[in-house]
Design a protein around this ligand. Structure first.
Ligand code: WQD
Length: 344
């Protein structure tokens, strides 16, 4: 079975490619390399022993998408990761986000609809819930007005897919709403490679510990939580990757209950920023240099998943603990440094 993975050189995409290959899928990776390097293919090959097919393409061009599908008539499923995903950048340049995150999605869906065998997995985000009224968050929690153009592109993307599922024959899709993906493959051959200053907590922690950053700023400790810092559901990226394979197999085996389904992907456990720091210090034996800073605009106080539907309907459950995820993130950061300084 040949599967297209768009954005397959990215953090979650590359880990999903490895898990797809482990399940015997033939993978075609399409990536424009705007946010990831082609050398990620070496890491994937080092793990699986199989280098996926790769095409460097810009999916914002309709004819590029059409030509790709003409060249690969035997694509039996699509996992669509490619998108811009920096919340702050999306506020500064919304049209970049609407063009990149919506146009490419529409062109791919048009191809699948014409072929009449759509099996489509969409990379969505818990950001669609905003600050949920009830915790843990269920899939039927109301989608709140997006706090950023990035979050809006995820909401709009889900609505586009749902509309196509309503009218298209034999078109089946699943949206996967990620909570907070962290960590790296245990082999340390692939992991998160943030470009520039990391926006997300865990890469900032590991870059501070390795000496790339002076100190971590904890964005606020006056929230109404156990220790005043925000709470999130941090899920190991390999667990997340495996959920994509399970979701795709659900569609391949026509086990889906509806032609459009949504699943939250989290651990079901919330951790505060200080608890994540404590986890890092526990697994590394290091003292992290951090300071309490003002709140970051747009942050929700708490978000963690109700995993009931993913566990019972999708048949998937996150396996790794926060410590295991932090350990893999730290091992990866150390490997990146070795590769940079040639000490490997
Ligand atoms: C987590 C917590 C910060 C950095 C975002 C997107 C989401 C998804 C994951 C793409 C918050 C705190 C962070 C730092 C800190 N992205 N923090 N100091 O904001 O929950 O989710 O990334 O799909 O869609 O919204 O993740 O890692 O940025 O922040 O104190 O230097 O860590 O305030 O409480 P977030 P995050």
């Amino acid at each position: 079975m040949k599967v297209l993975v768009t954005g397959g050189l990215g953090f979650i995409g590359s880990h999903t490619v490895v898990e797809l290959q482990a399940e015997g899928f033939e993978v075609v990776v399409v990536d424009n390399c705007s946010n990831a390097d082609e050398s990620v293919l070496d890491g994937i090959e080092a793990i699986s022993g199989k280098r996926p097919l790769f095409e460097k393409l810009d999916l914002r061009k309709k004819n590029t998408v059409q030509n790709f599908f003409s060249k690969h008539p035997d694509i039996s499923g699509v996992i669509h990761f490619s998108a811009s995903k920096a919340v702050g950048e999306s506020v500064e340049d919304p049209l970049l986000y609407y063009e990149n995150n919506i146009n490419a999605l529409v062109y791919i869906l048009q191809e699948l609809q014409q072929r009449g065998n759509g099996r489509f997995i969409f990379s969505s985000s818990c950001t669609v819930y905003g600050q949920a009224d009830t915790l843990p968050i269920k899939e039927n929690a109301p989608v709140k007005p997006a706090e950023s153009p990035y979050g809006n592109t995820k909401q709009i993307g889900e609505e586009i897919i749902r509309d196509v599922c309503h009218i298209a024959e034999d078109f089946n899709a699943i949206s996967l709403r990620y909570f907070n993906p962290i960590g790296a493959h245990p082999s340390a051959e692939i992991g998160e490679l943030p470009i520039g200053v990391p926006q997300n907590l865990v890469p900032f922690i590991t870059q501070t510990a390795i000496g790339l950053r002076k100190e971590l700023a904890v964005f606020g400790n006056d929230y109404p939580t156990v220790d005043g810092t925000c709470i999130r559901d941090y899920i190991h990226v390999v667990d997340l990757a495996r959920a994509h394979v399970v979701a795709l197999q659900r569609l391949m085996n026509a086990e889906n209950a509806d032609n459009y389904e949504v699943f939250n992907l989290g651990t079901g456990t919330g951790s505060s920023v200080l608890e994540v720091i404590e986890s890092f210090e526990r697994i590394s034996g290091l003292k992290l240099n951090y300071r309490i800073a003002p709140r970051r605009p747009g942050d929700v106080v708490a978000a963690y998943a109700d995993t009931e539907k993913a566990n019972t309907v999708l048949g998937w459950k996150a396996q790794s603990s926060l410590d295991e995820a932090m350990r893999s993130a730290w091992r990866w950061e150390q490997k990146v440094k070795e590769q940079k300084t040639g000490n490997s």
